[in-house]
Design a binder for this molecule. Structure first.
Ligand code: 4AD
Ligand code: MG
Length: 421
């Protein structure tokens, strides 16, 4: 007896006896002469049709129940499908309480509705497909970097630094500390946080491996109820040593495969473009202000609904690690954001400040010199020009799949006021 996944059964070239297929029932249609079932085990978008004698009907054989069907794989008489399973026995492995099951038969449920059931929504076709694509995209990203000579680094989840300095850290404490904060010292002796970015650890590794990447969960206590923010999201980050210009980060090999070059504009140009349309914005654009989502979307539209790199942002807007452009009164750093249609910011990156005196004085002004001794060390022991970027993986999926809400491209979304399961 051969056990087949639904995908294998559907794709079989030849009829076969003595097979067993397991899955969940997607529909039951009982006729006088014959019982039809559609089953799926998540290996395929298409269901496998099971044809059975009505005597095999059983009151537990309902939509949503888990079954094991044993029988013969035969050519289907229907033009639309290749193979079907002629059942000899059907065993209900786990019945489904259809009365209380929230994802009823065949109904096309809106994504907002199935979002209420994070433990069940993966059985919905749309969600199921999105999650399978997510899995494929994860593998493709890993292969891309590995194939291009990047070393994968597991950067830590728990860290004692705040890479972005944006005050969006989740602090970690043990339950002991929470109960007796006064008497206890920190578990790690120092305050520890969930990471907001693996960048600083990647910079360490780029100092040995030249090209490195990481692809892991990052955490931000952003109190933002939006369709593009999560408190826990995955970030693809790359760091490249011996990189002297933003072009190297923007183009690299990534762009060679694309038909059209992305547009590149400076922050200064972006602000000029936005000012021309000042009246359309809630938040009035000014030199020195951070670009709001409404601004980002406008810029993308202005450039013809294509991805747009915005480079050289104001010094005072950006984190301490970005490289000083030393460019006069409108002081900027070598930062780059990639804005894409429908989403806004997809990637953020920069050249890093590799010059010891510049970095030292910036950290001193921020009172961070002690905390970042190790980071300064990297500028003392064989410092090289380097840079990198981070791409929000969920925003990437939203972009390529046209998904409105970021909560629908991650299996278990975490956001402010919600941590289900
Ligand atoms: O622009 P960010 O904050 O850049 C960094 O963290 C750099 N240290 C990365 C680097 O250079 N290695 O974040 C990078 C990207 C954003 O462009 C956005 O796509 C995504 O991460 N992102 C979020 N995605 C979902 N929910 C959130 N709360 C996000 N915050 C950032
Ligand atoms: Mg950013």
């Amino acid at each position: 007896e051969v056990r087949l996944r639904v995908r294998e059964a559907l794709g079989a070239r030849e009829p076969a006896g003595e097979v067993k297929v397991q899955g969940w029932v997607r529909s039951v249609r009982s006729q006088k002469e014959v019982l039809f079932l559609h089953i799926n085990d998540g290996s395929s978008l298409e269901n496998l049709q099971v044809v059975a004698d009505p005597s095999l009907e059983n009151r537990d054989l309902t939509f949503g129940s888990a079954v094991e069907v044993q029988g013969k794989l035969v050519k289907s008489p229907h033009r639309m499908q290749n193979m079907e399973l002629k059942a000899e026995t059907i065993r209900v492995v786990g019945p489904c309480d259809t009365w209380s099951f929230p994802l009823k038969t065949k109904e096309r449920h809106p994504l907002e509705y199935v979002r209420q059931f994070p433990h069940l929504r993966c059985r919905n076709n749309t969600l199921g497909s999105l999650l399978r694509i997510r899995s494929e995209a994860t593998a493709a990203i890993h292969s891309f970097f590995q194939d291009n000579g990047y070393v994968h680094i597991h950067t830590p989840i728990i860290t004692s630094n705040d890479c972005e300095g944006a005050g969006e850290l989740f602090q970690i404490e043990t339950s002991n500390e929470a109960r007796e904060p006064a008497e206890k010292t920190h578990f790690f002796n120092v305050p520890a946080f969930l990471t907001v970015s693996g960048q600083l650890h990647l910079e360490v590794m780029a100092g040995a491996f030249t090209h490195v990447f990481t692809f892991g969960p990052t955490f931000r206590a952003e109190n933002s109820q939006s369709c593009r923010h999560l408190a826990e999201f995955y970030m693809v980050e790359a760091e490249l040593s011996f990189t002297e210009s933003l072009e190297d980060i923007m183009q690299d090999r990534l762009e060679k495969t694309l038909k059209n070059k992305f547009v590149i504009i400076s922050y200064n140009e972006a602000v000029e473009i936005l000012k021309q349309a000042s009246q359309t914005f809630t938040f009035k654009p000014e030199w020195g202000c951070d670009l709001q989502t409404e601004h980002e979307k406008y810029l993308v539209k202005h450039c013809g609904e294509v991805p747009v790199f915005v480079i050289n942002y104001p010094y005072d807007l950006k984190p301490f690690y970005m490289r000083d452009n030393e460019d006069g009164p409108q002081h900027t750093v070598a930062a780059v954001d990639l804005l894409v249609p429908g989403i806004g910011e997809l990637c953020g990156g920069s050249l890093r400040e590799e010059r010891l005196p510049f970095l030292e004085s910036r950290l001193q002004r921020l009172g961070l010199t002690d905390a970042y001794q190790w980071y300064l060390d990297l500028r003392k022991f064989g410092s090289v020009p380097h840079g990198g970027f981070g791409m929000g993986f969920e925003r990437y999926l939203q972009y390529i799949l046209g998904v409105e809400n970021i909560k629908d491209v991650i299996p278990f979304p975490r956001f402010s006021h919600s941590c289900l399961l």
